[in-house]
Write a protein that binds this ligand. Structure first.
Ligand code: EPS
Length: 384
């Protein structure tokens, strides 16, 4: 129901985002609802100079009228300010062959070699520009719209880092102090670990190296009964995993304490069920709010493992694809780490999956019907 497509190269003129399936009647103000998420995605210690050039903002092009959605597809554009430095190399017009500054030394871990072979390019810029994580600004734009739908039925979310560069920084997920995450240069509640992690990022930068980490998106107020167990492609955990795994550099996904749960007995894994005045509840949430692909009313927790960025200033051995000779992998301006930014992207992707599941259950034409049906559903659950 909630579908999004994007177009745009890292150093092209702009990123273009199209979103279909947004219900009518959603209050949406780009400066209030989208741009703050774009700013968060640009942040985090360890990013390169590109983020000094960019000030991402979503410009509404379609589907919005007087601060409300109409039910028509939404379209947004995010300017690449760096485009002015790339107008010749990235020009869409003919006449730039042979290309200046062709990138031919395939970086291990990046799209370069496999993408170059697949699409028949020897200037690997023709694949890397689209593989670049610049594209995640589009995801965050669409995710911010999805999150507005979630807010309409009382769902609240957060995005944080729980590990970076070999240091755990999980801390307690503190809903009453979400500002802490924006204040932390690493988007962590565990601020005692910041100095150690920053030292590691500085050391990696000095060494021409990069660092990965673990990120988490968490949602509360999620109704019981989103997703389904009846077919593989309707399971919400599977849908979240696909969305998370599609993010650049993400190589592992867990729901709740997925990896830990594989190592201990079932009695230490499954969350005992209780019923009180407020209905069914659990005292633990190792399943991360999902059982058999259906939300169970507990906090929804999805985590993802991000590998270190593939552009190394101290390059690994590779092959030049034009000469076939051994070479040092290409060096381009890049980030030492983008783990804090990736947490915002995970949050955006998870928001889209959740908004899709919400509309599947409660309707998709108007925000009014979604709200009414969510309230009716809660009354039903309370009496179950
Ligand atoms: C990226 C390389 C860097 C990052 C970029 C992703 O860009 P540049 O080569 O222009 O310095 O900054 O991420 C972004 C531009 C962004 O907005 O997140 C890469 O190769 O993936």
């Amino acid at each position: 129901m909630f579908r999004f497509l994007s177009a745009g190269e890292s150093h092209g003129p702009a990123l273009t985002v199209m979103i279909d399936g947004v219900p009518a009647g959603l209050d949406l103000v780009t400066e209030r609802d989208i741009d703050p998420w774009l700013r968060r995605r640009q942040g985090g210690y360890g990013r390169g100079r590109r983020q000094v050039i960019e000030t991402d903002a979503a410009e509404a092009r379609a589907g919005l009228r007087a601060g409300r959605t109409t039910g028509a597809p939404l379209a947004f554009q995010i300017e690449n300010k760096d485009w002015r430095n790339w107008t010749e190399i990235m020009s869409p017009a003919p006449g730039n062959e042979p290309r200046k500054r062709a990138l031919t030394e395939a970086r291990p871990g990046h799209v370069d070699l496999a993408g170059g072979i697949k699409y028949g390019h020897k200037d690997l810029r023709d694949v890397l520009e689209r593989a670049s994580a610049r594209e995640t600004a589009s995801r965050v734009t669409a995710g911010a719209v999805a999150y507005r739908i979630l807010e309409e039925i009382g769902i609240e979310g957060m995005a944080r880092v729980t590990h970076l560069g070999g240091v755990d920084c999980e801390g307690e997920a503190d809903w009453s102090n979400l500002d802490t995450l924006d204040e932390s240069p690493l988007r962590t509640f565990d601020r005692d670990k910041e100095a150690e992690i920053i030292e590691r990022i500085d050391a990696a930068k000095r060494d021409g190296d990069t660092l990965g980490g673990i990120i988490e998106a968490r949602f509360r107020g999620v109704p019981i009964g989103l997703g389904s167990h009846v077919q593989w492609d309707r399971k919400l955990d599977g849908r979240l995993a696909q969305a998370a795994m599609s993010i650049q550099a993400i190589k592992g996904v867990e729901i709740g304490d997925g990896w830990r749960n594989a190592t201990v007995p079932g009695s230490d894994v499954h969350d005992a069920i209780y019923k009180g005045d407020a209905g069914y509840y659990r005292q633990t949430n190792r399943s991360g709010g999902l059982e058999a692909g259906i939300t169970n009313g507990e906090e929804l927790v999805v985590r993802a493992a991000m590998k270190p960025i593939a552009t190394l200033m101290k390059p690994l051995p590779t092959v030049d694809v034009t000469t076939g000779e051994p070479a040092d992998a290409a060096r381009e301006r890049s980030d030492t780490t983008a783990v804090p930014a990736a947490s915002i992207v995970l949050f955006a992707m998870a928001s889209m999956v959740l908004a899709d599941a919400v509309m599947e259950k409660f309707g998709s034409d108007t925000v009014r019907e979604i709200r009414e049906r969510a309230e009716q559903h809660q009354a039903y659950v309370d009496g179950y």
